[in-house]
Design a protein around this ligand. Sequence first.
Ligand code: FUB
Length: 320
Amino acid sequence: MESFGTNPIIKDIYTADPAPMVCGDTLYLYTTHDEDELKDNFYTMYDWRCFSTKDMVNWTDHGKIFSLDDIAWADDRAWAPQAAERNGKYYLYCPVHKKDGGMAIAVGVSDSPAGPFTDIGHPLVDEGDWNDIDPTVYIDDDGQAYLYFGNPELRYVLLNEDMVSYDETVGVVKIPMTVESFGKGSHDTGTTYGEGPWFYKRGGLYYMVYAAFAPAPEDGDGIERPKGDRAVVNEHLAYSTSISPTGPWVYGGVLMTEEGGVFTNHPGIADFKRRSYLFYHTGELPGGSLFHRSVCVAEFTYNEDGSIDPIPKCDDVRGV
Ligand code: FUB
């Protein structure tokens, strides 16, 4: 008889910002952790969690694998991470708030995908602004690793072979935030691109999946929303593609509508055991809210030309 995993995947704590990584026959899922008790009625997030599965039904909880307590130069905002493996070592890229202000990207290193991770002792990316959040990393076939990140601008660095430094001769490259690349939207750049990029390659095509802001109601998109500024528009998920890892990017459309139901959403994509999955988050656990989110997953398929139709959120996912 076919078995099913049910959403939200994690039912005993609030989790957000899912980042899957496949190692052999196991899918590791890194998440942020929304604390039950809020500080200043805002995102209250101190550590990163890891869960794993071999069948998409049964999940092992590896607990807290990295936290603000492990990063001497950070004091708040343990935000959306992504992990990568290279030469038998595991790297967890994490946005954090620095003690002296602004956001920066930290790196934890471990010998095991389930941690614990050890901070490299300083920020990897620190431009001294608030844009340095939501890192996504992909190692291309030629060995070059790319780290994209950013809100409201999408930027990237070329990681060095050691994965904990980047090519400073190239520096931080800013992607042109055009409507052709990211669609017309209501975020600060006038495009839909918001944050939470997820960068990967499939069948020779590069994908940038991200959290996006629809055009504001006054732009006449026909969608009924409360009046006000863009903050009342919940994030949806969208994607762009390119034939090169550095663009130019071409807007592909909506991947998941605003049905996540809370202000943020955040994509994580993985192929696992010959099926494709979109991880996202909603406010669906009891007590859920924009600051109490929960990680979910949906199976999807690519069209023959590589495009992806909108993926509905779902209640369960079949086992593999
Ligand atoms: O979870 C904190 C922040 O909210 C993340 O960094 C963003 O992607 C959004 O989900």
